[in-house]
Write a protein that binds this ligand. Structure first.
Ligand code: HEC
Ligand code: HEC
Length: 161
């Protein structure tokens, strides 16, 4: 990806992040992973849990993003596609379900095709938004941003018929 495209994608993500407080309040799937949305709490009260480690396998998102920043985008994905984290992420081998009844994910693993497909989608969305911002003849800030939910509308495969 060129620098420009990365900048474009980050702009989209910032827009997404800004709309999050509303979005997560409505999303039952968003809390689907222990340590998910609440990583900041990881090292908190009592220190019973170590802070979540930083991401190690970012190929589309900026590599220096914290886990918390990444997970905010992830919650947008679960909302947009109507899925849980494990739709794209492999589960930890041999792990027991956590308090929420779900098996913890191995977030860095690229085992699932859906995760690889999601990367293709992320780049596509960045390309689309760059095209719209540069060619619609109005200020970039006035252009409606395409997001996952624009097509998916809560379905993993956005078939129209
Ligand atoms: C639609 C597919 C999809 C869903 C659903 C999804 N993720 Fe992800 N996740 C990805 C992709 C793709 C990446 C890699 C992004 C990149 O390469 O920049 C990723 C990366 C991550 C990472 C960084 C891992 C690392 O070490 O590099 C974490 C943490 C993560 N996801 C957590 C979650 C959590 C928690 C949920 C549920 C709230 C979730 N994901 C739901 C697709 C998904
Ligand atoms: C322009 C419309 C569009 C947008 C925007 C879009 N998608 Fe998709 N997505 C599709 C279509 C169409 C398919 C089905 C492709 C196929 O035939 O396999 C799909 C399939 C997927 C799949 C595979 C599902 C499966 O079970 O095989 C994942 C994962 C996915 N999209 C994630 C995302 C994420 C994450 C975003 C936002 C970053 C996103 N998509 C944005 C159109 C879109």
């Amino acid at each position: 990806m060129t620098d420009r495209k990365i900048v474009g994608f980050v702009v989209v993500l910032v827009c997404i992040a800004l709309s999050l407080p509303l979005a997560t309040a409505q999303a039952p799937a968003a809390g689907g992973q222990r340590g998910g949305g609440g990583d900041a709490r990881g090292g908190g009260a009592g220190g019973q849990r170590a802070p979540a480690p930083p991401p190690t396998n970012l190929q589309v998102l900026p590599k220096d993003w914290t886990r918390q920043q990444v997970v905010q985008v992830m919650q947008q994905f679960t909302m947009g596609l109507g899925v849980m984290c494990n739709y794209c992420h492999a589960e930890m081998a041999g792990a027991q379900p956590g308090a929420n009844g779900q098996i913890p994910i191995d977030a860095a693993s690229d085992e699932k095709q859906t995760k690889k497909t999601a990367r293709v989608m992320m780049k596509m969305v960045g390309d689309v938004n760059n095209t719209l911002r540069s060619q619609l003849g109005k200020p970039a800030s006035d252009v409606v941003q395409v997001q996952c939910i624009t097509c998916h509308r809560g379905a993993a495969i956005p078939k129209t018929q």
